[in-house]
Design a protein around this ligand. Structure first.
Ligand code: SF4
Length: 460
């Protein structure tokens, strides 16, 4: 087994933890090895072995030859204390510490005023499978977890938000929920994006939140389903947050089907998981590896470690060579930020020529963008005109399915070749492309895509 790398900052939010072990120390699986220095959560070793390096970014551990499934248990305490001690963070997003999300430090005045725990089981990004598989295999644990969290947060009601297409998981939940009036199931449309917190609030409660508002403004907390399972493991099994369920998919030897790995030790490398899935497809090759979903994920390397927030690894189709053609970038709140879009233009060997923003993609103080009115596209004709004026041949977009449609309504008529940032991932996982209007034959040839999307077909 390779050395494992436990990053001191496991998600997008918070400060790096401070290591409490040093080079030469022996550690056991489950042992606490780093603690928060600000906003953050405890870190535990996912294997037994010897610490071979500690630096500002990570703790490197050489595993013992023999590994066991058992682990050092966290101390018993209240449910909240155990969630905190286990280092549970939001595992579907930025890695916000769960104990802070569900508790405000006031015993007599919980976070919610008889409000709602909304469980995000949308597994919204296309191609992912691990969240839904976890629910199919153990719906009862999800329900127990919702009750633990409801009690801590002061919620009267739990709602599980899940997409219609996940019939097996929906049926399993419905069977359990018929005896539980305090938790219900809400079906989400089978489209992207449905997993964003405000979308979950809107769908479940009918409340439209402004882009800068948190679910607490609707007396609700949104929590990812895998995070609920980690809370259950902490409370019932005294288990620290040391592993993760991960989907590996795409240009893998043997086919594009999803490989779901359960309880992957935090810190093992992307390379190890790709090899366990069968290895990269050597005949066709791959373009890049995306850590996370095709829309919001980031490109990564074979040597990068799995973290508490890694949901998926997707090996995309190879990039085709645009031979320096002029490319416009349309930045939207649903897809990659400008940096990610620029990276893709480079990988396509295009020349970045013009950058436009959807006018509803409002910039937040932390630099991210949120849509002012999701699902209500303002139209993209003006942006397409700007791309045309700038001499762009191609335009790369990151829009959701509805808004991709509005780009397609005018772009191709102006002679622009529209690429979606997810195209190569979608082709790699055999998913329809994000174009709800027919891709013209010429564009299909130019982009090397299969014209498999029918007029007005709902994508995903
Ligand atoms: S309106 Fe559409 S394209 Fe614009 S930010 Fe919102 S989802 Fe994205």
């Amino acid at each position: 087994m390779e050395n494992i790398q436990v990053l001191l900052k496991q998600g997008a939010v918070g400060k790096p933890c401070g290591a409490i072990v040093k080079k030469g120390d022996r550690v056991k699986r489950g042992q606490l090895i780093a603690v928060p220095t600000g906003l953050g959560a405890n870190l535990h070793s996912s294997i037994s072995g010897e610490v071979v390096d500690v630096n500002d970014e990570l703790i490197l551990i050489q595993p013992d030859a023999e590994q066991h499934k058992t682990y050092e248990k966290i101390n018993k305490g209240t449910n909240l204390e155990m969630i905190k001690e286990a280092g549970v963070v939001g595992q579907g997003g930025a890695g916000f510490p769960t104990y802070i999300k569900i508790y405000n430090g006031q015993e007599d005045k919980p976070v919610l005023d008889h409000g709602y725990i909304l469980v995000n089981a949308s597994e919204c990004e296309p191609g992912l499978r691990h969240n839904i598989l976890q629910i199919e295999e153990n719906p009862a644990a999800l329900l127990r977890g919702i009750h633990y969290i409801m009690e801590i947060a002061g919620a009267d009601k739990g709602i599980i938000a899940i997409k219609k297409k996940n019939r097996q998981a929906v049926e399993a939940l419905d069977e359990l929920l018929k005896d539980d009036p305090s938790v219900e199931r809400h079906l989400l449309p089978d489209i992207y994006p449905m997993g964003e917190e405000r979308a979950v609030v809107r769908e479940c409660l009918g409340i439209e939140l402004e882009p800068d508002k948190l679910p607490s403004a609707a007396n609700a907390i949104v929590i990812n389903s895998e995070t609920v399972y980690s809370c259950v493991a902490a409370i019932e099994e005294q288990k620290p947050c040391i592993d993760k369920w991960v989907t590996v998919r795409g240009m893998i030897k043997g086919g594009s089907q999803a490989h779901v790995f359960k309880n992957v030790p935090i810190g093992i490398s992307v390379r190890t998981l790709v090899e366990r899935a069968g290895g990269a497809d050597e005949d066709c090759g791959y373009g890049e590896i995306i850590m996370g979903g095709p829309f919001m994920g980031k490109s990564t390397t074979l040597e990068a470690p799995i973290t508490k927030t890694t949901g998926a690894l997707i090996l995309t189709r190879p990039f085709r060579d645009l031979k320096g053609a002029k490319v416009g970038i349309l930045v939207c709140a649903c897809g990659g930020n400008l940096e990610r879009m620029q990276e893709l233009v480079q990988k396509y060997n295009g020349t970045e020529t013009c950058v436009c923003y959807c006018k509803q993609a409002q910039e937040m103080p932390n630099g991210t963008r949120k849509c002012e009115r999701p699902g209500n596209c303002p139209g993209q004709v003006q942006n397409n005109l700007d791309f045309k004026k700038a001499g762009c041949e191609y335009v790369i977009i990151g829009n959701c399915s509805d808004c991709s449609n509005t780009v397609m309504a005018s772009g191709p008529k102006m002679g622009l070749k529209i690429m979606h940032m997810t195209d190569l991932a979608m082709m790699a996982v055999d998913h329809p492309l994000y174009r709800t209007l027919r891709v013209s034959k010429q564009v299909s040839q130019d982009l090397d895509v299969v014209d498999n999307v029918e007029d007005n077909e709902t994508v995903q």
